[in-house]
Write a protein that binds this ligand. Structure first.
Ligand code: ADP
Ligand code: MG
Length: 275
């Protein structure tokens, strides 16, 4: 198995799009799994109260299980909360439980409400690096909203990865997402950049998919990963087996596309650029 090159510094991705069902969770799970299978050290932060990322990576997240809620609201050290993915060496997960649903409101009255994840994450990353066990990638899976949880992700991250579903309403709401990212950059995190766009649920037989892809490429240029992720039954059934598609069916078109997309992301990082 060929390995991907390690980035010069830990790359922290925010996987965001306030539309639901566009492939944020599927992308987080499969890009993370692909990077880890290629020899990299990866941390996934599940920031959606639904906990679908935790489910797909086979991490227990029943109500009451300590996870990202405790990190953000109580300030618990991440070292006490993360779990190794049992099926993929090198992959570590900070799970989300339904308890996180309350955090959106509880955060409002807390000090430094926008930067609580950043604080917790940075101190854990530093601790691991000093122990000689540096993470190469962090992927934060956002909920389908632009509320305080997503703001916390955008303050903690450096690169935004936007999955765009190749469907008719795909571009609706993107303007609002971009304006929010601009606001975060202006006021809370000057280093935040949209570096990566991934086309998901692509159907090569339809003109609609091709049209959306063309429009996205004309707007975002080389930030768009050249491999679109096809619509695939294997991708959608993998989570019910608590698996990523790259472990569930390695040779399926969905798995190969996610591996190829992960390779493009890793290559951008090894060039040292901040694409
Ligand atoms: P989000 O996190 O943005 O809400 P998900 O990743 O949960 O989106 O995807 C929404 C639904 O679409 C899920 O049921 C998922 O399994 C399915 N799905 C995602 N990507 C694909 C794909 N490429 N092909 C088929 N189904 C997909
Ligand atoms: Mg999701």
């Amino acid at each position: 198995v060929s390995r991907f090159e390690r980035p010069v510094n830990t790359r922290v991705f925010v996987v965001a799009n306030q539309k639901g069902g566009v492939g944020k969770t599927t992308t987080t799970v499969n890009i993370a799994a692909a990077l880890a299978l290629k020899g990299l050290r990866v941390l996934v932060v599940d920031l959606d109260p639904q906990g679908n990322t935790s489910t797909a990576l086979n991490i227990p997240h029943a109500e009451g299980t300590p996870g990202v809620y405790e990190a953000i609201v109580d300030g618990t050290d991440l070292a006490e909360l993360v779990k190794p993915c049992p099926d993929i060496p090198g992959l570590t997960v900070l799970p989300a439980t339904i308890d996180l649903a309350g955090a959106e409101i509880e955060l409002v009255s807390l000090v430094a409400r926008e930067s609580r994840l950043d604080r917790a994450l940075q101190s854990y990353l530093k601790e691991r690096a000093e122990a000689g066990d540096r993470f190469d990638y962090v992927l934060i899976d956002c909920p389908p909203s632009l509320g305080l949880l997503t703001v916390n992700a955008m303050v903690a991250g450096r690169e935004v990865l936007i999955p765009i579903q190749c469907e008719y309403y795909a571009l609706e709401g993107l303007g609002q997402l971009i304006r929010n990212i601009d606001l975060i950059r202006a006021h809370l995190n000057p280093k935040l950049e949209i570096t990566t766009i991934l086309l998901t649920m692509y159907d090569g037989r339809t003109r609609l998919s091709a049209g959306v892809a063309e429009e996205v490429r004309s707007h975002f240029g080389d930030k768009v990963i050249s491999t679109p992720i096809p619509r695939s039954v294997r991708i959608s059934e993998a989570p019910s087996y608590h698996q990523s598609v790259v472990t569930y069916d390695r040779t399926s078109s969905g798995a190969l596309s996610y591996l190829e997309a992960a390779r493009e992301i890793a290559m951008a990082g090894s060039r040292g650029s901040n694409r």
